[in-house]
Design a protein around this ligand. Structure first.
Ligand SMILES: C[S@@+](CC[C@H](N)C(=O)[O-])C[C@H]1O[C@@H](n2cnc3c(N)ncnc32)[C@H](O)[C@@H]1O
Length: 270
């Protein structure tokens, strides 16, 4: 599926398989949580089962979307003209390129996901606007993604770029070396570039963690981490205030706490 130089990922790597309409797909489940239309009965049934035990998953998905839009606006207001959304998911309105282009009409945005289902939706919905692209790529192969972005002239890494990893790093297990992956991207980013991430937190209540970790062995398997571990992923970036905190604190002071805790952070490469 992904052709590249970093060698094959192992057979049990949890990579989503090509379109199987009768099986739930984690990106379509997420699309349903965000109120999208690109989902099927099988996805909605799985989502509703999860929501029965953990209704705040839907609230947190919305907070995460708002956080991503905020990060894009911050970067665009700082003069950044190129954006890479790693683990983009099925397009959701408003899309990140719409937010960026409200501030800079010439902003270039690349949506990257390793799921063929997501890729098909991205290509169909995003193909038209000039400078908005969809790439099939696996974050666990960062050099392949960087190569594709540069050889296809989608991103100029000599200019500042904003890279977003929203709701995706917790799918990457420790043995897949998330810190090394982030270092590969960081080393290619020029000073002034932005990195925005959200990460499922170990402060999440045990009953919600139990629901979410029921996905072990599938492409939706999660590995939640502490705020300190998340902060380490931003090594080499200067963190903006309020630092690594639950994402609602980035948005508005009056938003409620949730039993599912999703940390967010935005950094700038000095
Ligand atoms: C929970 S969704 C988040 C979507 C979007 N970032 C948002 O916040 O609305 C996670 C997405 O990450 C993608 N993903 C997971 N692991 C990935 C990997 N190793 N490489 C690329 N995409 C990945 C999934 O296919 C899915 O579309």
């Amino acid at each position: 599926m992904v052709h590249g130089t970093e060698g094959p990922v192992s057979a049990d790597d949890r990579t989503p398989q090509p379109f199987k309409p009768d099986q739930p797909n984690s990106a379509r489940v997420y699309d349903y949580l965000l109120g999208g239309k690109d989902n099927r009965d099988t996805d909605r049934n799985l989502a509703n089962e999860m929501l029965a035990d953990a209704p705040e998953v839907k609230t947190v998905a919305w907070f995460a979307r708002s956080f991503a839009l905020k990060a894009v606006r911050m970067a665009a207001e700082a003069g950044i003209r190129q954006f890479v959304d790693l683990g983009s998911g099925i397009p959701a309105s408003p899309n990140l390129h719409e937010a960026a282009r409200e501030i800079e009409p010439s902003a270039r945005v690349v949506y990257v996901d390793y799921d063929p289902v997501v890729h098909v939706h991205c290509e169909a919905l995003l193909a038209d606007p000039h400078g908005v692209s969809a790439l099939l790529g696996d974050i666990r192969r960062p050099r392949d993604i960087i190569d594709q972005l540069t050889t296809n002239s989608l991103i100029d890494f000599d200019e500042p770029v904003a890279i977003l990893l929203i709701g995706v790093l917790h799918y990457i297990t420790d043995d897949e070396d998330p810190a090394g992956i982030l270092a590969t991207f960081r080393d290619r980013m020029t000073p002034g570039s932005y990195l925005a991430i959200t990460h499922g937190s170990l402060d999440t209540s045990p009953e919600i963690l139990e629901v979410l970790t029921a996905t072990k062995g599938t492409s939706a398997q999660v590995e939640f981490r502490s705020a300190k571990q998340t902060e380490a992923f931003l090594a080499g970036f200067e963190l903006f205030e309020p630092g690594v905190v639950p994402i609602q604190q980035w948005l508005r002071p009056d938003l409620p706490e949730t039993r599912m805790v999703m940390d967010g952070a935005i950094g700038r490469k000095p």
